[in-house]
Design a protein around this ligand. Structure first.
Ligand code: CA
Length: 226
């Protein structure tokens, strides 16, 4: 799951990034309104955490522009200004949730999970395909027929999640790197290859009926075994 965090307080931003990465989210950070808007407009996020008081452009304006441009990504507004007027303005402007500062980190994660679920086409989208499922709770990849399971590391989880959300689709290497390592990452293509090979080993370990197929020059896809 990929999150955009638009927050100008560097310490808070760093703390939230660490927390979310620990929860296996991929996080991109933006520190000003205009940068946040640019990133958000580029799409590819499952949710946006948006501060209200931001340099360059306030969070409400960012949100209005986003919704005006037809971007429907769930947005959680974050602000120290906890009064009712702001709250109403945020919700009317198309925010999915409003979290007043200071907040508990656990509350932030719970809200994020709630709004990203609501954004899915199904109420709770199971991460499953071809008899294999991935548990959000403990990062275990399981063969549903035999119950055989294996725990995935953070990057393995993020990569497998992208495949399970897009089964049967050839996903370009650039897209996979962007979704798992983020835009500004220094991840190389061979890094991706390494993680794909880890996942293949784990899929084979649980006797999964699905495979990660490489299509030369195009990318990888999660396919059911013939
Ligand atoms: Ca701020």
């Amino acid at each position: 799951m990929r999150i955009l965090l638009v927050e100008d307080e560097k310490n808070l931003s760093a703390a939230v990034c660490r927390l979310l990465q620990g929860e296996r989210f991929v996080v991109d950070a933006a520190y000003t309104g205009p940068d946040g808007l640019d990133c958000a407009l580029s799409g590819g996020y499952d949710a946006i955490i948006l501060d209200v008081m931001l340099p360059g452009m306030d969070g409400f304006t960012v949100l209005n522009r986003l919704r005006g441009a037809g971007v429907k990504t769930p947005v959680m507004m974050l602000t120290a200004r906890g009064d009712l007027q702001d709250r109403i303005r945020g919700l009317e402007g198309g925010a999915d949730y409003y979290l007043p500062k200071p907040f508990q980190m656990g509350e932030l994660v719970a809200c994020l999970r709630a709004i990203t679920r609501r954004g899915d086409s199904a109420p709770v989208m199971a991460l499953a395909f071809g008899g294999v499922s991935l548990s959000e709770k403990d990062a275990k990849l399981q063969n549903d027929a035999t119950g055989q399971s294996v725990k995935l590391g953070a990057k393995e989880y993020q990569l497998m999640e992208v495949f399970l959300r897009n089964p049967g689709q050839i996903l370009p290497k650039e897209t996979l790197i962007e979704r798992v390592w983020g835009y500004d990452s220094e991840a190389e293509y061979n890094n991706l290859e390494v993680y794909v090979s880890f996942l293949r080993k784990k899929l084979s370990f649980i006797g999964a009926g699905v495979k990660l197929k490489a299509t030369r020059g195009l990318g990888y896809s999660l396919e059911a075994e013939q």
